[in-house]
Design a protein around this ligand. Structure first.
Ligand SMILES: Nc1ncnc2c1ncn2[C@@H]1O[C@H](COP(=O)(O)OP(=O)(O)O)[C@@H](O)[C@H]1O
Ligand SMILES: [Mg+2]
Length: 238
């Protein structure tokens, strides 16, 4: 069976800089793949190449075995990928409910009432239901991350990519997020979890890929990565 998400030889250059150098990885449904690496290792670039924001210079992206390389973001999203951003991107001047309705505006199969009900369910799951009529800009930074997660989940994507979900987030909220991420993989989603913070990655991931200067320098189970000399050196040398 094909992996839910797979890259082969993914390469991206910015001028003379090779930000991604032939990266091949895959994640199955229900699996959390951790992607670690210091600042500038290429983690966000990898995510941007997968979701279609960047066009890779080489290599391919497959969703459930279907090649989607170079397709625009909305097309890739429709194939079943949801993502969040390192700095949350929410519609600041829209209510929380309306933020959630944006990704499903084209779902003519469902009635407005059904979609609103689902949006409320997602907001309740993120403990934001009491704020559903507030503007997104009224939320704290951490709450905006939760709102973005709720919006990502609205179309029920089989693959989710989370870019630094814990960065700058209060520890209590981190714990809450960790539980929500466990729910996502528990519900059978393939999760690509990007973080430079190793503790949460080690807790959540079934496998880990370590990037450094655009290249995979190690991959394996948490136990393999934890003591891996190349990973330790990359982090200590940073
Ligand atoms: N749009 C861009 N234009 C030029 N250089 C970029 C761009 N995006 C990322 N880079 C460079 O690519 C490298 C990898 O960046 P990034 O993927 O953001 O790393 P990470 O997310 O691991 O911190 C860095 O050297 C960064 O400066
Ligand atoms: Mg990044």
């Amino acid at each position: 069976m094909s992996a839910a998400i797979e890259t082969r030889g993914l390469t991206k250059r910015f001028g003379g800089l090779v930000a991604l150098d032939s990266v091949g990885l895959q994640a199955a449904s229900g699996e959390t793949l951790g992607i670690i690496g210091v600042n500038g290792a290429g983690k966000t670039t990898l995510m941007n190449c997968i979701c279609g924001l960047y066009r890779p210079d080489g290599g391919d992206v497959f969703i459930a075995g279907e090649r989607v390389t170079g397709q625009p973001p909305h097309v890739v999203a429709h194939k079943g990928i949801g993502r969040t951003f390192q700095v949350p991107r929410v519609f600041r001047k829209m209510s929380l409910i309306d933020n959630l309705l944006v990704p499903v505006l084209d779902r003519r199969a469902s009635s407005d009432a059904e979609l609103t009900e689902r949006a409320e369910e997602m907001l309740a799951r993120m403990q934001l239901i009491g704020l559903r009529h507030n503007y997104a800009e009224e939320l704290s930074g951490g709450q905006q991350k939760l709102l973005e997660m709720a919006r990502m989940l609205m179309p029920d994507p089989p693959i989710v990519m989370l870019d630094e979900p814990f960065a700058g987030v209060h520890p209590v909220l981190c714990k809450f997020m960790i539980e929500r991420i466990e729910e996502m993989s528990g519900a059978g989603k393939a999760v690509l979890l990007i973080s430079h913070d190793l503790t949460s990655i080690y807790r959540l991931s079934s496998r880990v890929v370590a990037l450094n200067q655009g290249k995979i320098i190690a991959e394996g189970g948490v136990a393999d990565i934890r003591g891996n000399p190349a990973v330790i050196e990359a982090y200590l040398g940073a």
